[in-house]
Write a new protein. Sequence first.
Lengths: 457, 104
Amino acid sequence: MARRVVIIGAGPAGTRAAETLVAAGIETTVIDRETASGGQIYRRPAKGVERPAPKLYGDDAPKAVALHATFDALKSKIDYRPGTEVFGISDRLLHLHDSTAMSELGFDALILATGATDRVTPLPGWTQPGVHSLGGAQIALKAQGCAIGHRVVFVGSGPLLTLVAAQYAEAGADVAAVLDTSSQSDLMRGAPLMTARPGLMFRGLKLRRVLRRHRIPYVTGVRDIRIDGDGTQVTGIRWTAGNRETQLACDGVGMGWHLRSENQLAQMAGCDFDWDPVARQMAPRIDEMGRSTRNGIYLAGDGTRILGADGAEIAGQLAAIACLEDLGRQGRHPVDSLLKRQKRMRRFARGLSLAFPFPDDLCTSLPDDALLCRCEAITAGEYRATIDRSHAIEPNRAKSLSRVGMGRCQGRYCGAAAARILAASGGLPLDEQPGLRPQAPVRPLPLGLKTPGGAAE
Amino acid sequence: MTAAAGFRRLYQGSRPKIRFRIDGRPAEALSGDTVLTALRLNGAVARTSEFGDGPRAGFCLMGACQDCWISMGDGRRVRACETPVEDGMDLITTLPGESQWPGA
């Protein structure tokens, strides 16, 4: 009987995995939450907002075009389900919906290429209209041709910070400042490892030059960040750097500290996780090919390890090759060269983590009156008081008592900060804390979905 | 802050106009805009937090944060960042009397 392999996600990892499986004659299903392939990084613009690829994707335009072309050529050879979301997984069964109806899908092997979302730490004032994640700010520009404000400040750290700011400036947006929480000495610590990919390092410098050309101040070592507002809208941002306090007027703020893996489905599938001391977040345990600790479940791309789009393309191929090997399909695959390239990607990623570290102290010093959980509107002070009162030492207990992480986003945006506040308030240290347990549905379901039996729920 | 607050359109393209309503007021956007883009270009928000901490207008724009759910006149609720705006849509950013949890 033909074996069905299901891939979840149609970004760089999912696309390359599908290409490899189809080339081996495997019956392949690709499920994608988005309506067009490309993932977040190579997201395609909405109809009517199309612009030339170099404008949209910068130096990565040839890669974006190649990836889109590969997927478009695969469409007729696979069972492609765009606009379809996997909201739960039990044993060998996926639970899906396409906004109209629910369905189930069995699989013999599963490749999870679920990508990443912005890694953020809450800032005072971060729930006000006008504040978006860095990735969100980039989507506004790439997919909608809009800036998130008329005068925008970007705050955070990591490659996306400089990239999005430069893209905004080049597109004609008014960027008032770029505020980096990392220091020059962090950068020096990461630089030696970042030489693993000299091209990317050079590109980072080029983007800084773009900012200088547009006379956009780039401030490092930023602390005590507060986003001001008038109750309806962002009106400015305050921070200190080197003992100096500064205030700037703006109506848009983009914030983010690199990326976090969307690994809820891997957790639901029962894959084991470990603390990743480099990225300083929990990560599923995989072998070098991407095999998880569950038979027949393979993990690839930024949903597993944040290596960026190039690393995701390699990981997608490796996971598919592992899957083929385990299905008993012999083939000639360039495994050694892929693994060698992936090693460079990992080395560079370690350098990035050192150069642009996640600001643990910004989390633990979040003022008591600031909202920690934006879904349930719970302040950092309420969370600390709950921990004190209940002696909770791990995040799931703290979540059930405080509701931090229990809201609609399932802890995507407060989880990292909550874990650090918990560790600093007498809880388990970060590397011993289990992650927040994900619950189905991974994202809220629309009402009125038809069930497999036919009735609307 | 000023009346100009909200998204700023940098690329228009040649796209048909969309006419819709925000809390009963007529508004315009372009085909291809998401509901959230259409709201922000008109200086509007998506909803008021049910916990009494003020207005919200989305955050991640990629369907992950769940902060831009919005109600429509036909009773549907959608993620504004993932839903294209359509002619005749009736967007409701505040539901009087139902928007807050008791005690919030």
